[in-house]
Write a protein that binds this ligand. Structure first.
Ligand code: NAD
Ligand code: TYD
Length: 347
């Protein structure tokens, strides 16, 4: 089976590529990625020599390139992760999100519809729980929760989900969709909360907590997301949607304090030292209050379970960053500095 994985050089994509290349030697895995600021082939160094793996550099927004690639390669299935993924960037450059997340997805759907090789193959679209909007203190997102996206990022992902579903209903394309909560783990670009704060604690830089730090996110270890994608890809029902989450809600400020505590211990700093770095800054525009996922469908129907408790997963994550300081230094050089200035200088 020949599988195209898009966005395989990014955070979650690299974990999915690694899992499929290592666990399924009979599959031919082709990783298509534009290598934006968020894509990094260093994330895949350990598997780049494997016989069942190939990398192709390219842009999913380029419909001619995508059509030619699918015509040549005749993929059996697609696992689509390529996206612009950061809410704060979507607030300053929404059009980029429409291009990659909406048009890019439609280009892939068209090419797969025209050139797919195998009646049993599927187009698996990886999405986010942010499409459901925000929750109050009560309730959780179900697969049946109406879409109500608030940020340009979540609006673009919601739109892409609708196109995937529409191609199933209109053209009978075999699709699967999953909507996952916030991920954390190794190889996460340090613009998102956890890796950004790990890097700032390392450098004793301020920790910019938006608003009062009371917003709630439901965190899942990235390797558990990859295992859920594996289960849904192989066993999920065609045309269905699955919610993925770890039943692990944290208020931002509580998470940041836990991170500070664990890092003080690991860095041999005095207790409470890193907490002093917490700085409350202007809130994000349209900041969703709370996300929480009900993944009982995935657990009951397909038997998936997350493997790690959060404290353990966070500790493993910090260890990875401390052992891979070169990776962090590399991705935070150059353009990253300009980005950081623009996001945080006047906040
Ligand atoms: P990421 O930003 O780390 O990686 C995105 C990857 O897509 C990068 O390798 C980038 O180079 C590539 N890419 C971007 N634009 C491209 C284009 N036009 N053509 C080809 N490649 C392009 O993102 P991530 O956090 O790994 O997220 C992966 C997917 O999972 C996204 O679809 C995202 O919406 C979804 N998701 C993310 C989370 C999360 O917590 N990070 C949670 C749920 C769902
Ligand atoms: P983020 O990691 O950007 O993920 P998302 O917005 O997709 O949930 O942010 C997680 C939470 O942390 C969110 O409530 C915003 C908050 N946050 C901060 O308080 N400060 C920061 O510098 C960042 C990047 C996020």
């Amino acid at each position: 089976m020949k599988i195209l994985i898009t966005g395989g050089a990014g955070f979650i994509g690299s974990h999915v590529v690694r899992r499929f290349v290592n666990l399924y030697p009979n599959y031919e895995i082709v990783n298509l990625d534009k290598l934006t600021y968020a894509g990094n082939l260093e994330n895949l160094k350990d598997i780049e020599h494997m016989d069942n793996y190939r990398f192709v550099k390219g842009d999913i927004v380029d419909s001619n390139f995508i059509d030619d690639l699918f015509e040549q390669e005749k993929f059996d299935s697609v696992i689509h992760l390529a996206a612009e993924s950061h809410v704060d960037r979507s607030i300053t450059m929404p059009t980029e999100f429409v291009l990659t997340n909406v048009l890019g997805t439609v280009n892939l759907l068209n090419a797969y519809k025209a050139h797919r090789n195998n009646e049993d193959g599927i187009f698996y679209h990886v999405s986010t729980d942010e499409v459901y909007g925000e929750l109050t203190d009560e309730g959780k997102f179900l697969e049946t929760t109406p879409y109500d996206p608030n940020s340009p990022y979540s609006a673009s992902k919601a739109s892409s989900d609708h196109f995937v579903r529409a191609y199933h209903v209109t053209y009978g394309l075999p699709v699967k969709i999953s909507n996952c909560s916030n991920n954390y783990g190794s190889h996460h670009f340090p613009e998102k909360l956890i890796p950004l704060f790990i890097n700032n604690i390392r450098h004793k830089k301020p920790l910019p907590v938006y608003g009062k730090g009371e917003n709630v996110r439901d965190w899942l270890f990235v390797e558990d997301h990859a295992s859920a994608i594996d289960v849904i890809f192989h066993k999920g029902a065609v045309g269905d949607t699955y919610n993925i989450g770890g039943n692990n809600e944290w208020r931002n400020i509580d998470l940041v304090k836990l991170l500070c505590k664990q890092m003080d211990e690991k860095l041999g700093r005095t207790e409470g030292e890193s907490e002093q770095l917490i700085t409350y800054v202007t809130d994000r525009a349209g900041h969703d209050y709370r996300y929480a996922i009900d993944s009982s469908k995935l657990m009951n129907e397909l038997g998936w379970r997350p493997s790690l408790q959060f404290e353990e997963g966070l500790s493993k994550t910090i260890d990875w960053y401390l052992e891979n300081e070169e990776w962090l230094d590399h991705v935070t050089s150059g353009q990253y500095r300009a980005y950081y200035e623009q996001q945080y200088a006047n906040r």
